[in-house]
Design a protein around this ligand. Structure first.
Ligand SMILES: [Zn+2]
Ligand SMILES: [Zn+2]
Length: 477
């Protein structure tokens, strides 16, 4: 019982908080602790498709969000989470577009601006920062908030000029603080204060991607690492805790194993995380449309015991996933995330209604009392051990795969399952990732080929049976 209580008491307190406050009126500490537990929601990757090129009012897996799907998701995210204190929106508001995509792509700058505007205005109908105690935290610039995708081929001046119009457009309805507007327009970091002791550092990530530019020729693009170092030092002096928040995760992709930022930028970023690991509570990202996490291995000399990276699944079902969003309980005095509850709606063509259900709850399904590195390391270790067992006994692995894909197409292939478990480790090169996936197999190079054929850049979407067009398969995310 004691062990059980020790493991679940933060969750218990969170769920029966009010009762406890009254029953323990003489215990000021307990009361303080309970009033510190708040409820946040994360929404990301809306990818609004404003054309008619979709099936049914809610669309289907393999396509970006229809406006009805977006509205339905936002409505349910509010309805299922009545006691919210803040929300996070992690970017990618506009539809994917490319030549021959049947929706008039590739889009121009002004078309993307229009779609981002509609997408964010729709978001604000349900999630207006003024409605919440701590407001809303936005990472505005996903790779699809630019034309072309990843702002590929645009130089720094073109990037700044487009960003200027985007910020002006969004600020017309959002009213960011002046410092935030200046930072956003400079494509640098900004601090969003949640409480006097808890902040978010919001960073831009598009220009770190190899899909923006093949070469990482600038050491510190837009001075953002400098901005992060300066802001983190100030937060440390103030004794505040912080979330680092962005769109593209600085990690290897679970789609193809490739680093999603240039390795030199990941290294600089990791050095900052390691230097300030005592005040950074978690790193929060979107982009993959998958619910995932990354942790360093115990004793990792680059970033031992560094804070976990939590990646939130997307609303757009384009990658074969069902639409999803997450709510999370936070102790705002420490910033520690006590648990995530993810939701999803099973998307089938021609539905008239969507039924939003609980996808997974980390405290219950993974038995994690909080989302800190030691507990997540334990989960990854358990899943690695389970891979040696019969698939029916791979309890945590099965739950994790359901979580990753929002209950769509959970593979029973042992190599594919190993692939996803290996993706939970925050390694920095594709080789390190592949070393994990093929560790127990005899011939490395053959197996890499096998894996790449099976789980190539878009190969594993096919495992879900999503009906994707050839045009889409030619397009890279
Ligand atoms: Zn996206
Ligand atoms: Zn993205």
């Amino acid at each position: 019982m004691l062990v059980w209580l020790k493991q679940y008491w933060p969750v218990l307190f969170a769920s029966v908080g009010c009762v406890f406050v009254f029953k323990n009126k003489f215990n000021a500490e307990v009361e303080l602790f309970i009033s510190d537990i708040k409820h946040f929601v994360t929404l990301t990757d809306t990818h609004l498709n404003v054309s008619n090129g979709h099936i049914g009012i809610f669309g289907m897996r393999g396509q970006d969000s229809t406006i009805k799907l977006l509205e339905n998701t936002l409505y349910n995210a509010r309805a299922l989470n009545p006691s919210l204190s803040a929300f996070f929106y992690l970017g990618d508001s506009a539809v994917h577009s490319w030549a021959g995509d049947f929706i008039g792509g590739p889009l121009s700058d002004s078309q993307v601006l229009d779609i981002v505007d509609v997408s964010l205005s729709t978001l604000q109908k349900y999630f207006s920062p003024n409605d919440f105690e701590y407001g809303g935290i936005f990472t505005l610039f996903g790779n699809n908030d630019y034309a072309p995708d990843y702002a590929s081929g645009k130089n720094e001046l073109e990037l700044l000029s487009y960003t200027d119009s985007l910020v002006n457009r969004i600020n017309a309805t959002n009213h960011f603080k002046t410092e935030a507007v200046v930072a956003l327009k400079q494509l640098s970091c900004y601090e969003a204060i949640i409480t006097p002791k808890l902040s978010a550092i919001v960073i831009n990530t598009v220009f770190y991607s190899p899909l923006y530019s093949e070469n990482a020729s600038v050491t510190d693009p837009f001075g953002q690492f400098n901005c992060m170092a300066r802001t983190l030092s100030q937060l440390k002096e103030r004794g505040a805790k912080v979330y680092v928040v962005g769109h593209i995760p600085p990690a290897c992709s679970s789609f193809d194993g490739n680093p999603q930022w240039h390795e030199v930028y990941i290294s600089q970023y990791v050095r900052l995380i390691a230097e300030f690991k005592d005040i950074i509570v978690a790193q929060l990202y979107g982009h993959t449309h998958r619910n995932e996490y990354r942790i360093t291995k115990p004793g990792d000399e680059r970033c031992d015991d560094c804070p976990p990276m939590i990646i939130f699944g997307g609303i757009s079902p384009i990658f074969g996933n069902n639409p999803t969003f997450s709510s999370w309980n936070v102790n705002v005095s420490s910033g520690i995330i006590l648990g995530i509850k993810a939701f999803y709606a099973q998307l089938e063509p021609n539905l008239n209604e969507l039924n939003w259900l609980e996808l997974l709850e980390t405290s219950k399904d993974f038995q994690l009392p909080q989302l800190t590195t030691p507990y997540l390391q334990e989960l990854s270790r358990t899943m690695m051990n389970e891979l040696e067992l019969d698939i029916l006994k791979q309890n945590m692995v099965s739950k994790y795969l359901k979580y990753v894909h929002s209950n769509s197409g959970i593979s029973s292939d042992s190599l594919v399952r190993r692939w996803y478990v290996c993706s939970t480790f925050w390694v920095q090169t594709k080789q390190e990732f592949l070393d994990c996936t093929t560790k127990f197999l005899p011939n490395l190079s053959e197996n890499i080929l096998f894996l790449e054929k099976k789980i190539g850049p878009l190969g594993d979407h096919l495992l879900y049976g999503a009906k994707l067009t050839d045009e889409f398969l030619l397009h890279k995310h």
